[in-house]
Write a protein that binds this ligand. Structure first.
Ligand code: NDP
Length: 292
């Protein structure tokens, strides 16, 4: 058996087309969704991510406002900037690129973002709403994973799902989304006992660990849907860096029913979901302005 590939690039492209269509519709009503991106310091990976986000936002017809601050920026400067962005009517989404430099209180900065503009879905209000099953802005990466899982199956109810990783930005919200979709969910982490056996029970396996090829092929249940969130840079045979996931992809192919590649799986979905969250925030603002 060889697993079907879940093509994140193609799914993300379709999502971006939907975002562009909704943006064009909003523009006909005089609203152009606006995304403010705050980048602090000169971390090369963050610069690449922010560059892709703003490029794709522009391509989908969104406005983007870039705020680049030096690595010496203080917590209070950042809080003041976020408060200004909260007050602007042309900014519907605010994204503070993480990680912030050491010395900045990231939690304090993120807490100031208006939950209605928190398009990353990291604010406690959105995390709480998600946990309560209420309308919430959902973090982009797990939202993208859910869309990819739905590409592979429409029947999630009752499925045994294992999420490996319990971070606030991927593992925990992923588990909440699967629970909302009536899966039976287990969250695993670095202290989990007998991870291989637990993974073998999973009909849906989401790996969000950050360890190259940590999930071996024979940990995967026959026919499972495998979503690999991991992005790990390792030296390839030619000495050049290449990206691999948290799953041993080649070994997993003969066990899984469907699997996301790295790159080309979850990665492209994250930005597409960010654009979707921004457009949805603009739609909610407009609905609020029109009244009930
Ligand atoms: P974190 O480092 O915040 O969390 C990693 C989680 O994995 C922790 O809960 C940790 O457990 C767990 N873990 C670590 N080692 C093991 C192990 N050996 N066995 C079981 N669990 C383990 O990472 P993130 O959630 O932010 O990201 C995870 C991966 O996803 C990274 O590779 C990251 O680059 C990638 N990523 C990809 C995105 C995309 O767009 N495709 C977006 C965001 C992240 P514990 O809590 O006990 O320490």
């Amino acid at each position: 058996m060889t697993a079907t590939l879940i093509d994140g690039r193609a799914v993300a492209e379709r999502l971006r087309e939907r975002v562009a269509a909704r943006t064009a519709e909003l523009a006909r009503h005089g609203v152009i969704p606006g995304l403010a991106v705050v980048l602090v310091g000169d971390d090369p990976a963050s610069q690449v991510y922010v560059g892709s986000k703003t490029k794709q936002a522009a391509a989908a017809g969104l406005k983007h406002f870039d705020h680049r601050l030096p690595a010496t920026a203080s917590t209070s400067e950042l809080i003041a900037l976020v408060e200004q962005l909260n007050a602007r009517s042309d900014v519907h989404g605010i994204l503070v690129q993480l990680p912030l430099p050491a010395g900045v209180d990231s939690a304090a900065v993120l807490a100031v973002i208006d939950p209605a503009k928190d398009v990353d879905g990291f604010h406690a209000v959105n995390a709480g709403r998600l946990a309560l099953g209420q309308d919430a802005t959902v973090p982009c990466t797990p939202l993208g994973c859910l869309i990819l899982i739905r590409e592979a199956t429409r029947e999630l109810a009752g499925k045994r799902a294992v999420v490996v990783g319990r971070s606030n930005i991927v593992g925990k919200p992923m588990a909440q989304l699967l629970l909302q979709n009536d899966c039976t969910v287990t969250i695993a982490h670095s202290r989990t006992r007998d991870l291989p056996q637990l993974c073998r029970e999973a009909e849906i396996l989401v790996a969000a660990i950050g360890r190259p090829k940590a999930i071996a092929g024979d940990w995967i249940r026959t026919g499972a849907i495998v979503i690999d969130v991991g992005i790990n840079r390792v030296a390839g045979p030619d000495g050049k860096n290449k990206l691999v996931g948290d799953v041993d992809f080649d070994a997993a192919l003969s066990h899984a029913g469907a699997i996301t590649p790295v790159p080309g799986g979850v990665g492209p979905m994250t930005i597409a979901c960010l654009l979707m969250n921004t457009v949805n925030a603009a739609i909610r603002t407009r609905a609020g302005a029109l009244g009930p």
